[in-house]
Design a protein around this ligand. Structure first.
Ligand code: AKG
Ligand code: FE2
Length: 263
């Protein structure tokens, strides 16, 4: 397929059923990752980010779009802009909650690695599994999406009413996170945990194996800039609670994680 993630040399595009592995197990979902032309390795992402002009839309790339759906592009770009704006407002609220200026995180926002993802969980059965592009080993499939934390700043997610998303509470129990009409579910990502020195923990979440109906979800991953240096905030550290994390540059850090997830 022309826009398959693996062949586009981008961390974006179509990922077929069986094409994603979480925690060592093959997941039961397919998805489309819509994100700026960012390149497959740390160097090309950095160059693309530096060269991007202010008036070009982050998703403005003809190679990105399924050719059979001409209106898809306009709709997705509009959704992208709204979700990016909403995420920035949530980040401002989080800054205020930490006693910081509301604009504190603004210099760290970045379009180049942010990602609008459309996920489909087909009904789970042997026939679909055997016919999947990666010919799924059915005895190894345990989840629609295995337990994980998202990498970046935060994720703003919409899901249909089918259900199956679970989050882990501080006691280690998995609790259901059902569809609530008119709301988004917001997951904290790893970088927010590092910034806040564990005051805000990244949300462990997973999706159970689907039943007999299709499930759809649309997470938007709001990520720091490629060159954002993430280190514990002074307001979250003191003599009794010293910094627990080294500083990391987000771009190279996440490119390394992506490479392990898809190759
Ligand atoms: O489908 C969902 O509800 C969750 C998807 C997810 O966790 C992800 O894409 O990182
Ligand atoms: Fe996730």
């Amino acid at each position: 397929m022309r826009i398959r993630l693996g062949i586009t040399e981008q961390f974006r595009g179509y990922v077929p059923l069986g094409g994603e592995v979480t925690g060592g197990k093959t997941d039961w979902h397919e998805c489309l990752d819509l994100q700026p032309r960012s390149g497959r390795n740390a160097d090309t992402i950095a160059k693309a980010a530096a060269a991007r002009s202010a008036d070009a839309h982050p998703l403005d790339d003809p190679g990105q779009w399924p050719p059979a759906l001409p209106e898809f592009r306009t709709t997705v770009m509009r959704a992208w802009d709204q979700l990016y704006g909403l995420s920035g407002r949530i980040a401002a609220g989080m800054a205020l909650s930490l006693g910081l200026d509301e604009h504190h995180f603004a210099p760290y926002h970045g379009v180049e690695l942010s990602d609008l993802r459309m996920v489909h969980y087909p009904p789970y059965n042997e026939t679909v599994g055997r016919a999947a592009p990666e010919a799924l080993p059915m005895d190894e499939v345990e989840h629609g999406f295995g337990a994980h934390v998202d990498y970046g700043f935060l994720a703003v997610l919409q899901q249909d009413e089918v259900g199956g998303l679970e989050v882990r509470n501080p006691e280690g129990q998995w609790i259901s996170a059902p569809h609530i009409p008119g709301t988004f579910l917001v997951n904290i990502g790893q970088m927010m945990q590092r910034w806040t020195n564990d005051r805000y923990r990244a949300t462990w979440h997973r999706v159970t194996l689907p039943g007999t109906v299709d499930r759809y979800s649309v997470p938007f991953f709001f990520e720091p800039r490629y060159d954002a240096l993430i280190e514990p905030l002074a307001v979250c550290c003191d003599a009794d609670n010293p910094p627990r994390y080294e500083a990391v540059e987000f771009g190279p850090y996440v490119v390394d994680l992506f490479s392990k997830a898809y190759d």
